[in-house]
Design a protein. Sequence first.
Length: 186
Amino acid sequence: MSNRAATRVFQGVEEEIATGQLKDGSKLDEASIAERFSVSRTPVREALLQLVGSGMAIQIPKRGCFVKVPSFREMIEMFEVMSELEGMCARLAARRINEQQLSELKTANVGCKKAIETSDSDLYYSENVAFHECIYEACGNSYLANETRRLRRRLQSYRRLQLRVRGRMVQSLKEHDEIIQAIEGG
């Protein structure tokens, strides 16, 4: 989504779904969303398409777009798969990473540290995405990297929420340090 308004709407509605403000099955009405975010319907339509693409909403012909919240079981299953995909990316990256990629990985981790120093969970989230993106690139398997990104996008609002749990950013950073050590060790 190149349109900033569409991105803002997508992130706002995504947050409302993840925090439970919008319940499973709720209709995502273009007009009310446009009014709520002070935008025209065009960016709302783009945002709804992105929500459908990410699995957070479903489009029913002639009825509209509706919130689709994964069940607890589905969430556990998605996080299990995400853990395995990221682990596979890291294992491959440990064998294939070059010096520039390793430097970028360390730089992203420094960004995470700075976010913790300012207690900025949103900044931490974006730096965390950059950190993991470095690993996906370094794994050298574009299919694996793309599938991992697809599932990460599906889980992004829930992953962002978990960073607000006290101590989670610090724990995540500790995990990053361990990942860097393991990758450096091959």
